[in-house]
Design a protein around this ligand. Structure first.
Ligand code: PHE
Length: 343
């Protein structure tokens, strides 16, 4: 009989259908409006009246049987598929994790922190200046004459208007003396970035860090400057590292000195790092020039002082034996990873 054949075919296909998608295809094929059961209902109209009842019931029963079997199997398949999906998403918490790249403090700031600590332990205050300065504070109030080559636009970054990118942290000197209105002792360091139109090479960079030191009081002598710098260098590089003072010239100090530390790469023999001299300059210093005191409101007949400017990058190079100053700001992760701090 036609009804039984259709039912048997539907149940056979259902039995063979694996997965919800296949089951839904069977449903669409047999139970939709264009399916074989729907076609049987159409035949109903052509039958003699007495056959209509039993035939209709037989079609209904067959269709219901298929439909029930199909819905049951579909429900089960969907539940299985959901379980499998969840199992696939399960995280095995016992598996080893993938480690993420961890950031480190740049050696520039490791050194800066150390320098600050050393001077703070000697009683210095920390005053931060601005990267953008004005010509008076960067030059004129430091007794740097109009025609001085450091003012040349080929050496200094002038900004539109009044501004200039600080070429030295010495700019902090005038600000601080003026803020104190010529009265009282000053003992400060002022760390920051400085900028110069330098050709970048192994030991020079157009941007670099300095820590300015300024001490002003009644009767401050050059001997105190020497003592202070010796303590600093020994704490920074160790007792064995050699230092030397060379007489030098800065418009804002008189007398002026430059302090060199023996080269970390060649230990004084001479190499490319120290340009064959065996020494690397790390700071300039001297007694504050009376003109600088006067211009900024301090009476040089009462007050004297000393100042120094330490190159942060230079110190980092020496401390860590870095072969190229540019590594400090080019952010090569392999280089930076070498400075992982102990936790
Ligand atoms: N400002 C000087 C420089 O940049 C360093 C310095 C600071 C020298 C203070 C003397 C006193 O070279």
């Amino acid at each position: 009989m036609e009804i039984e054949k259709i039912k048997a075919a539907a149940l056979k296909e259902l039995a063979e259908a694996a997965g919800s998608k296949a089951i839904i295809e069977v449903r669409n094929k047999y139970l939709s409006k264009k399916g074989p059961f729907a076609a049987l209902y159409h035949e109903l109209g052509k039958l003699p009246i007495e056959e209509k009842g039993p035939f209709g019931k037989a079609v209904n029963d067959a269709r219901n049987e298929v439909s029930l079997a199909l819905e049951a199997k579909l429900k089960e398949a969907e539940a299985n598929e959901e379980r499998e999906r969840l199992l696939g998403e399960r995280i095995d918490v016992t598996l080893p994790g993938t480690s993420l790249y961890e950031g480190h403090t740049n050696p520039f700031y490791l050194i800066l922190d150390e320098i600050v600590d050393i001077f703070v332990s000697m009683g210095y205050d920390v005053v931060e200046g601005e990267d953008v300065e004005t010509v008076p504070y960067n030059f004129s109030l430091l007794n740097i004459p109009e025609e001085h080559p450091s003012r040349d636009p080929s050496d200094t970054f002038y900004l539109p208007g009044e501004g200039v990118l600080r070429t030295q942290t010495s700019a902090a000197q005038g600000h601080e003396m003026q803020r104190r209105e010529g009265k009282g002792a000053i003992k400060l360091i002022s760390p920051g970035k400085c900028y110069r139109r330098d050709e970048d090479d192994l030991t020079h960079s157009h941007q670099f860090g300095q820590v300015e030191g300024l001490v002003v009081d009644k009767g401050v002598s050059l001997a105190e400057l020497k003592g202070t710098l010796e303590i600093f260098v020994k704490k920074m590089f160790g007792e064995k590292r050699e230092i030397r003072f060379r007489s030098s010239y800065f418009p804002f100090t008189e007398p002026s000195v430059e302090v060199d530390v023996s080269c970390a790469s060649c230990h004084g023999k001479g190499c490319s790092m120290c340009k064959g001299t065996g020494w690397i300059e790390i700071l300039g210093a001297g007694e504050v020039h009376p003109n600088v005191l006067r211009m900024n409101g301090y009476d040089p007949s009462i007050y004297s002082g000393f100042a120094f400017g330490v190159g942060i990058d230079r110190v980092a190079i020496l401390r860590y034996g870095i072969d190229d100053i540019r590594r400090i700001y080019t952010n090569d992760k392999r280089f930076l990873s070498a400075f992982k701090e102990e936790k």
